[in-house]
Design a protein around this ligand. Structure first.
Ligand code: K1U
Ligand code: ZN
Length: 177
């Protein structure tokens, strides 16, 4: 297994629409295992293939405290969503250190394919529901900050720009010639 490098907002590759997986083969199973390892190491409660620069419709989630509830969803589709909504403070491994409130349907039913190529359904509420919706958004090229006001997005982009400038200032200057 391997840890995979993550893309960071505002990288344009996070805007790529992921393509459906036609066959569940060993390459897909290897990607799912590497994504799970990367999610646990981060640590996170979910990860979409988009975030590791693989533009295929695959997500992993585990919202349990003892990390015993890994769910791998291939080609996930929300087939039902409640009218009732809930506001949750979301984070994202592609936007480290930033959390903000997002409103989404409270309960969902999701249809997906598992690692054996079989179709299954999950009914989710609470953090599992939020997390699956957040990860499916990644597959569609969406990042949770897209739900925030323009002002908050601009402030976040300015903060990231300043962090990058500070990091570049601190980098050692290589001796020339
Ligand atoms: O997609 C991602 O970047 C993963 C993201 C999922 C998520 C978290 C919270 C609300 C919505 C979606 C994360 O895992 S951020 C890290 C995090 O929230 C967390 C990490 C360790 C333990 C518990 C939570
Ligand atoms: Zn995310």
């Amino acid at each position: 297994m391997a840890l995979l490098p993550l893309l960071h907002y505002p990288d344009r590759r996070l805007r790529t629409l992921a393509q459906p997986i036609a066959h569940v083969d060993d390459e897909v199973r290897r990607l799912a295992a590497d994504m799970a390892e990367t999610m646990y190491e981060a640590p996170g409660v979910g990860l979409a293939a988009t975030q590791v620069n693989v533009h295929r419709r695959l997500i992993v989630v585990d919202v349990t405290e003892d990390r015993s509830g890994l769910i791998t969803l291939i080609n996930p589709e929300i087939v039902e969503a409640s009218e009732e909504t809930k506001v949750w403070d979301e984070g994202c491994l592609s936007v480290p250190g930033f959390y903000d409130a997002v409103e989404r349907p409270d309960r969902i039913r999701v249809r997906a394919t598992n690692l054996q190529g079989e179709t299954f359904e999950v009914e989710a509420d609470g953090l599992l529901s939020v997390c699956i919706q957040h990860e499916i958004d990644h597959l569609d090229g969406k990042v949770f900050v897209d739900y925030l006001s323009r002002l908050k997005q601009t402030r976040l982009q300015d903060k990231i720009k300043k962090q990058k400038e500070r990091a570049a200032d601190k980098a050692p200057v290589l001796a020339r010639g």
